[in-house]
Design a protein around this ligand. Structure first.
Ligand SMILES: [Ca+2]
Ligand SMILES: [Ca+2]
Ligand SMILES: [Ca+2]
Ligand SMILES: [Ca+2]
Length: 187
């Protein structure tokens, strides 16, 4: 069984500030499938995602508490570091990202997590424009795999500084770490 989280940035309340919209698909993403949970994270003037709508018990089976809000705040903040996703206007490359993993019983963390990127011009959500795969290593952290397709080089510029280097991989690893901390998926 797979599970997925989609993240996009949109001004949902027309106040000129973008919100982070985090949609969870407990049985994996599929076209035209409604998410199981949608959380909207509102940025304060300092850019901190502290106000949240739709928070569920995402980090455990202990009711909705401040830890759940924190999990979503962190997820929103990390996704906002993807400049091609969160910037407004011409700097925006991607309409949304989709983070997915296979869920196996008795596994603390998924061995592999993929992050799919969809260009703003892409209307075929079964065809991502970029795919980054991260693998769990022996120390329990996630590391970006060099792609097997194309020229075999990691080419994603997550932080928008014009190159693809360790900082970009680090942002993706943090996003994936935040994703796997969302424990209350399909039971
Ligand atoms: Ca807004
Ligand atoms: Ca909780
Ligand atoms: Ca970069
Ligand atoms: Ca750089």
């Amino acid at each position: 069984m797979s599970y997925s989280v989609a993240v996009e940035f949109r001004d949902t309340n027309a106040d000129g500030q973008q919100e982070a919209i985090i949609s969870r698909y407990n049985n994996g993403y599929a076209k035209n499938l409604n998410p199981d949970v949608v959380v909207t994270a509102y940025a304060n003037p300092e850019g901190v995602y502290e106000q949240l709508d739709g928070v569920d018990d995402v980090e455990g089976n202990d009711g909705v508490d401040e830890n759940d809000a924190f999990t979503y705040s962190v997820a929103a903040e990390l996704a906002s570091k993807l400049v091609g996703l969160s910037s407004v206007g011409g700097g925006r490359l991607y309409s949304f990202i989709l983070i997915s993993a296979e869920r196996k019983a008795h596994e603390e963390k998924p061995a592999e997590v993929t992050v799919n990127f969809f260009n703003t011009s892409n209307t075929d959500l079964s065809q991502p424009d970029a795919i980054v795969t991260l693998k769990l290593n022996d120390t329990g952290s996630y590391k970006v795999l060099e792609p097997s397709q194309g020229n075999g080089k990691f080419e994603l510029d997550a932080d928008g500084d014009g190159d693809s280097d360790a900082n970009d991989k680090w942002i993706l690893a943090r996003i994936v770490t935040s994703f796997v901390s969302m424990r209350n998926f399909a039971k």
